[in-house]
Design a protein around this ligand. Sequence first.
Ligand code: PGA
Length: 253
Amino acid sequence: MRVMIVRDYDEMSRRAAEIVKEQILKKPDAVLGLATGSTPLGLYRYLIQMYKNGEIDFSRVITFNLDEYIGLPPEHPQSYHYFMFENLFNHINIKRENVHIPSGIAENLEEECKRYERELKEKGPIDLQVLGIGVNGHIGFNEPDESIETKTHIVTLTEDTINANKRFFKSIEEVPRRAITMGLASIMRAKKIILLASGKSKANAIRETLKGKLTTKVPSTVLLLHSNVTIIIDKEAASLLTDKELTNVELID
Ligand code: PGA
């Protein structure tokens, strides 16, 4: 695992955008795994800028999002469909048919999970997966639990996650309690993964991830077993790391 500690959120976003750009230049029909939340917003702003400057072309790029809330239709402002179009897809030349996000309103949600997993298998593997991390160490919506689910599945969100995400809703009651998420094995099939984290609230999750203790209670620890992961964090998110965690990783500039 490589760890890049950068000055601040903007630098984290810029470095991540450079990695995505490099991937698209190397493989114009790259399959990107994308995340939602506050963390990747800066990355998406840089990618839009790069597209507008003519530096990258998304016309052959394929994307798969990690997750979606159950019960929110695509036009709901807090759905992850809406988020992705609002913050990235509407501003670049990606083809609608190349965008994949699980449907949170499918009549048969179990079947939707299977369909999504099949599409991932057919069009994947993901060349570059972008991840954020929850305060509890979740990746996608794979929440801390006694066991893991490997494939795309339905998940009940934890109180930590509902509390962390209530800032986007009018009240906590409006936060959906369930979501569809890619499973940990679906994520681990990606050839390359970048995980971004910014701010003090993520410092503990980052320390737990890098401790070297593989546990389903901190789902991000599964990344310790992947051979091509780069964690890009700002100083605040790195603030609880000690020599012990840093001996497990390769520090890069
Ligand atoms: P955030 O969410 O980027 O809004 O902090 C990250 C996550 O929950 O994975």
